[in-house]
Design a protein around this ligand. Structure first.
Ligand code: NAD
Ligand code: ZN
Ligand code: ZN
Length: 339
């Protein structure tokens, strides 16, 4: 099959012919119809993820049709339209039995623990636990985002951040994660401030429901804009500088959502966390069993993830698209790959 192959960290990957994935025990192989370009793929390419073994095929935010099924897997057929959370959980450990599949210690992530979806086919383990059936009317391009960034933001804003109508949320970084968060929080009735250096990203944030947009992360200005500080802030880039501005933009007892990856760690002003009773909340993907509630909101038109997709590309354009994620004013919105 054709796939994007990373041979060395930080060196542009190539389109290569590689072996097709084998059907894992208890799993399926999916014919990839659409797969999103997430900044986590960029982190992987840069060598920020110790799970990756080179050579490597990235890609973890996908939708497609089942091409093959392991013996004994029930409830699924070849040709079924599916997505899956990028955190494929085992379904059997203590965390999974508690419903917290997103922190399963036995999790396997396509595009990190093994070869991913920037390819014609991808394997998905623990199929009965993780596969999510797609409604016929949900396009593959839209559904891909449900495998990672849209679902991650849904969990972060709604389940972890517990954002309430009328609360003020500042989203730092308005790419796939941040724009999803803007749309979801606005639908939940929050007043959203969107921060991004790219004017095109801010224009999309306004379209998706941001009440205010700001081109520089400046805590003093953001505290003014929110009338004394935000109830919730979110780092949707993965930036030490943005984390510092975010924590200083919170009102006392505010909640900070950390979704952006910080491979070099971060220095926290712990005295401030204590004195202001700030909450630091990590958020990681979303369990498959939590998808129906989100899919219902999509079906009812309350959430419109289809609007987030601004560009579709083929595999040959992936190396440039990956590299451009760190250039100023990169393509705003979500880029989807058709392998
Ligand atoms: N926790 C999870 O489960 C999870 C899931 C998905 C993605 N992630 C992580 O979330 C982060 C965001 O991913 P994405 O795919 O949305 O990224 P993205 O590249 O699509 O978006 C990043 C945005 O940040 C903006 N930006 C850059 N510098 C800025 C600055 N100084 N101030 C304000 N904005 C700035 C860019 O213009 C861009 O719009 C990444 O670290 C990714 O790895 C985490
Ligand atoms: Zn992702
Ligand atoms: Zn588990």
């Amino acid at each position: 099959m054709r796939a994007i192959l990373i041979e060395q960290y930080g060196v542009p990957p190539v389109v290569a012919d590689v072996v097709d994935p084998k059907v894992p025990d208890g799993g399926v192989v999916v014919r990839v119809e659409a797969t999103g370009l997430c900044r986590s793929d960029w982190h992987g390419w840069q060598g920020h993820d110790s799970d990756i073994v080179l050579p490597h095929v990235p890609g973890h935010e996908l939708a497609g049709t089942i091409a093959a099924i392991a013996p004994g897997v029930t409830g699924w057929n070849v040709g079924d339209r599916v997505t899956a959370p990028f955190i494929c959980a085992c379904g059997q450990c203590r965390e999974c039995l508690d419903g917290n599949h997103q922190v399963c210690p036995n999790q396997l992530q396509p595009g990190f623990n093994y070869w991913g979806s920037f390819a014609e086919y991808v394997a998905l383990p623990f199929a009965e636990v993780n596969l999510v059936r797609l409604p016929d009317e949900l396009a593959f391009d839209t559904a891909a985002g449900l495998g990672c960034r849209f679902a991650t933001s849904y969990r972060a804003v709604h389940q972890v951040g517990r954002i309430q109508a009328g609360e003020k949320l500042i989203v730092f970084g308005c790419g796939g994660v941040g724009l999803s968060a803007v749309m979801i929080a606005a639908a939940l009735g929050a007043e959203v401030v969107a921060v991004d250096t790219n004017p095109a990203a801010l224009a999309l944030a306004t379209r998706y429901g941001a009440a205010h947009v700001v081109d520089t992360a400046d805590a003093e200005r953001l505290v003014d804009l929110t009338g004394g500080g935000a109830d919730v802030t979110m780092d949707a880039l993965g930036s030490n500088q943005l984390v510092q501005e975010a924590l200083r933009s919170l009102r006392p007892r505010g909640r900070h959502l950390q979704v952006g990856l910080l491979p070099s760690g971060v220095q926290l002003d712990v005295s401030r966390l204590i004195g202001q009773e700030l909450q630091w909340l990590g958020s990681h993907g979303m369990a498959a069993h939590a998808y129906p509630e989100m899919l219902d909101l999509v079906a009812q038109g309350n959430l419109k993830p289809a609007d987030l997709v601004t560009r579709t590309i083929g595999l040959p354009a992936v190396p440039d698209a990956l590299a451009s994620l760190t250039t100023p004013n990169a393509t705003a919105g979500v880029t989807v790959i058709h392998p």
